[in-house]
Design a protein around this ligand. Structure first.
Ligand code: ADP
Ligand code: MG
Length: 598
């Protein structure tokens, strides 16, 4: 084929592909334009997850009617003149591509009016072709209406995920921008429902509550630090509040949401040794960095940036977060090793006693009795979240491999965290939390297999508010919850009522159970119902299991040993961590020099 210039239509569709990938990208570009225009209020309406309609209306400066046609052409911007300006950008947009891109892959209508004009103007662009400018009466500001996104690029449409996923991407985008701009009013509605509405009164915690629920919002720690022209503010989770993935780590740089691997790792380093392996913090951090220190022009959708001195940014973030964490919850330095080392608790720290035991356990106790197994076990734990499904489905095969445990004689509880028991072949140290998790899980799964999970009504139903993204997923998954003995129903927008829960969990907090169920709810993750169910069961059992640091009566301890002996896989918790450490008679004898060379 001879070389030809692409038609402008094809060229602009190719270019649009880089900027506009899914409905949420449209929302992002339009939102950013509204913010750049100095809007105080931004209203976003979405229908059919944005495939049918996305409308963003603002009360910003507006576009003069004689510039409207220019605004929708490629490389037309009011935000940049010289290429040197690229290194001191203070607006969110600067590429002059968004409106042109959106217009080339949808039917777009822009209506806008500026203060000093009597009337506004309207322009319609369909598949990249602009129609005639018309005059309309309208208020100051801009409304962009995007219909039938990708109607002329069917291949793109096919790449879109389910409506729930696309909707969630938009929800989480808007919520994050609302969080970054607490002084602006945002309203996101989806069909008839208002998904998010903020007051613009500057209160970030209220927005966090909308995003994560009141409980989580209350626990988040506020951080604020300043150093040599760099600033950081926002919220981080205490070490007791974690997620199984990095999705709730949010960074904004100079008002722009960015995804940056090095910022993530700076953050994780700040949490190093404070979180269990495979757990991640929730954060919403807002960095202010002198604009000449950041290059924002490295990514078509402006989601990535480059730093002039990456190390400086990295250590600033790492240091500020670490300092804040330690200030809020000084975690003592303990290095518990198996036996023989003394554990020192700082003097005035009884509150954290349970916590550091748990940390010590996860970070440092070897899985078996040999030190060399630590590393392999760590990497195993690292992968375990993704493997829970596999693990469950392979439980059957593994039953035969995993030796059951012998009858145990209870000796007692130590550190309100471990049970000590004697068996015919030595001493057993049992992690009460992991063991309880295993016991609950097997009971629940057995009842589930027999399709008979006894459910018990709550005297006072628990009312739980859940972030909008999770709420949608919860609604689609209500039938599964019913299988598991939960009676949950919608109670209001993003609010649910738990009316009954599995009898197995009676006495535990029903709202914690529901939150455990919806945390990390991922619809696209696993196609198999049975895997989803096993995963949910494992998660809720983990949350319901007794924590480290809780004293148990002798009867309870004994009952648990019996229950554990009855388990099919008593030696690991459903997430694959060991429930017990066995110190064999043989090993004890060797350690005490009773055996071998004397
Ligand atoms: P960019 O934001 O990179 O400049 P866009 O294609 O997103 O490019 O927008 C082109 C121009 O249209 C902007 O530079 C701005 O002047 C104008 N514009 C777009 N949206 C709005 C809005 N909501 N309010 C006021 N002006 C707008
Ligand atoms: Mg823009």
């Amino acid at each position: 084929m001879p070389i030809r210039l692409l038609s402008s239509e094809v060229a602009s569709q190719i270019a649009a592909g880089e900027v506009i990938e899914r409905p949420a990208s449209v929302v992002k570009e339009l939102l950013e334009n509204s913010l750049d225009a100095g809007a105080r209020s931004v209203m976003i309406a979405v229908e059919e997850a944005g495939k049918k309609l996305i409308e963003v209306a603002d009360d910003g400066a507006g576009i003069p009617s004689d510039e409207l046609e220019l605004a929708v052409s490629r490389h037309a911007t009011s935000k940049l003149v010289r290429s040197t300006d690229l290194f001191s950008i203070s607006t969110l947009g600067f590429r002059g591509e968004a409106l042109a891109s959106i217009g080339s892959v949808s039917r777009m209508t822009i209506t806008s009016r500026v203060q000093n004009e009597q009337e506004g103007a309207r322009l319609r662009v369909e598949g990249g072709t602009a129609g005639k400018l018309t005059r309309v009466g309208t208020t100051v500001g801009t409304t962009v209406r995007v219909e039938d996104l990708f109607y002329n690029v069917p291949a793109r449409l096919k790449f879109l995920k389910s409506d729930t996923t696309e909707r969630r991407a938009t929800d989480s985008l808007v919520t994050r921008y609302a969080l970054a701009y607490p002084g602006k009013r945002f309203k996101l509605s989806d069909g008839k429902n208002v998904v998010l509405q903020t007051s613009g009164d500057g209160d970030r915690r209220a927005i966090l509550a909308a995003l994560y629920g009141v409980d989580v919002a209350r626990q988040l720690l506020e951080i604020q630090a300043q150093e040599e022209g760099f600033g950081i503010s926002g919220f981080i989770s205490p070490t007791s509040l974690t997620r199984s993935n990095r999705k709730e780590i949010t960074f904004f740089i100079n008002g722009r949401w960015v995804h940056d691997v090095s910022l993530n790792s700076a953050l994780l380093q700040a949490y190093h040794t404070l979180l269990m392996v495979g757990r991640f913090p929730l954060t919403a951090l807002f960095l202010e960095i002198p604009s000449e220190e950041v290059d924002v022009n490295v990514h078509p959708a402006k989601a990535e940036v480059r730093f002039r001195s990456p190390d400086k940014v990295f250590s600033f973030v790492q240091r500020s977060v670490r300092r804040a964490l330690l200030a809020y919850s000084p975690v003592p330095n303990v290095a518990p090793s198996l036996w023989g080392s003394t554990r020192t608790l700082p003097m005035e720290q009884p509150r954290n006693a349970g916590l550091d035991w748990a940390i010590g356990h996860d970070e440092q106790l070897p899985g078996g009795s040999s030190q060399s197994s630590v590393d392999s076990r760590k990497s195993e734990i690292g992968n375990r979240e993704s493997e829970v499904g596999d693990r469950q489905s392979s439980i059957e095969n593994r039953k035969s491999e995993i030796a059951s445990i012998p009858l145990l004689r209870l000796i007692g509880q130590i550190g309100a965290t471990y049970l000590v028991a004697e068996g015919p072949d030595g001493l057993y140290l049992i992690d009460q939390h992991a063991a309880h998790e295993r016991i609950l899980f097997e009971k629940l799964m057995t009842q589930h297999e027999m399709k008979n999970i006894p459910s018990q009504a709550l005297l006072t139903p628990a009312v739980v508010t859940i972030p909008p993204q999770s709420a949608n997923l919860l609604i689609t998954n209500l039938p599964i919850l019913q299988h598991f003995g939960f009676d949950v129903e919608e109670f209001g927008p993003n609010t649910f009522q738990v009316r009954a829960m599995p009898a197995l969990f009676m006495g535990s907090d029903p709202s914690a159970a529901l939150r455990a169920l919806v945390e990390d709810f991922e619809e696209d993750e696993s196609p198999l119902q049975s895997e989803i169910e096993a995963k949910l069961a494992a998660r809720v059992c983990k949350r319901m299991a007794v924590k480290a640091g809780q004293a148990l009566s002798t009867e309870e301890q004994r009952a648990w040993l019996n229950d554990l002996e009855a388990c099919d896989s008593p030696r690991t918790c459903p997430h694959g961590r060991p429930t017990m450490i066995h110190l064999s008679v043989d090993m004890l004898e060797r350690q005490f020099g009773r055996r071998g060379a004397r």
